[in-house]
Design a protein around this ligand. Sequence first.
Ligand code: ADP
Ligand code: BMX
Length: 314
Amino acid sequence: VTAPAAPLRLALDLGGTKTSAALVRGDRVLERRIAATPAQEGPEAVVEAAAGLLAPYLDRADAVCVAATGHVRGGTVSAVNRATMPGWDEFPLAAALAARCGRPVRLVNDAHAAAWGESRFGAGRGARDFVFVTVSTGVGAGIVAGGRLLLGARGLAGHLGFWRGAGGGPVAGDAAAAGDPVLEHVASGSAIARAGSAALGRPLTTREVFAAADAGDPAADAVVEAAVDRLAAALVDVRWLVDPARVAIGGSVGLAPGYLSRLREALASREPDGPLPVVAAELGGDAGLLGAADLLGDDGPRAVGPATHAYPDA
Ligand code: ADP
Ligand code: BMX
């Protein structure tokens, strides 16, 4: 018996560095277009770039399923880390994009979408309790508990990038305040580029910091190790709180060569009796697209967030 074909859906993944638009069917991305997110130019420029990516696909779908970085509430998005997405303060992304595209727009947080995608189709399959972490422009996460995506009372569940550890510390984006910085300010792609550039005395991308570390530069290696170790410390606490069967690591930094083996070593040194199983996200950069399309499809909620109280079941 052949299962009926999954419906064709149009998805958008709006991250701090790149935006992807794709035609999706079930667990497969059929076509995709990717461009840089003009984040520093503000939300209107980001919407314009996203609408341009979506344009060639619009006649093939009735709605757009959007995974966006930031705090998603109803149809709006606010940056938690305002340095990554300046100007995003309850920005009405759904309405702005719908006006540009002539299609209804549905919204979910990008890490929530990717966690759901991995849970349904990737590294989280078969695990009722599962955590996905993206190490990308920022550090985000999504928690699937008892087979349900955990959104949180305010829609902020899984915002692991703002974990402070034991040290207290400044709020996100407030780098001048005293105390330990939040995880995202040490472990994210942006943080690695910033710290690596300072340590080596020249402007470097995240990828170049990794390359210097791999080539044996001790200062670059220390930056990458500090980033990985801070995430390992957070994941030990995540394990005590959620006790997931496994954790999948995604995002372009998390999936960079050598990252996962470093993370496993850092976890083993913290949990010698049996470290938390961490695996690579199986859907790679498509997790958010596939998760958003599945979560926000035709019969799904208009927006996944606290306002709808729509908690999708596996
Ligand atoms: P987004 O945050 O937009 O979802 P990504 O998952 O691609 O996008 O993460 C972007 C971050 O990953 C940036 O900091 C970028 O410099 C970094 N990055 C991209 N490719 C690599 C790589 N091969 N190695 C290390 N870092 C990378
Ligand atoms: C940040 C936060 C999260 C997001 C995560 C990963 C902002 C703008 N975003 O912690 O909402 O899920 O980054 O996002 O405050 P990405 O841009 O790294 O993909």
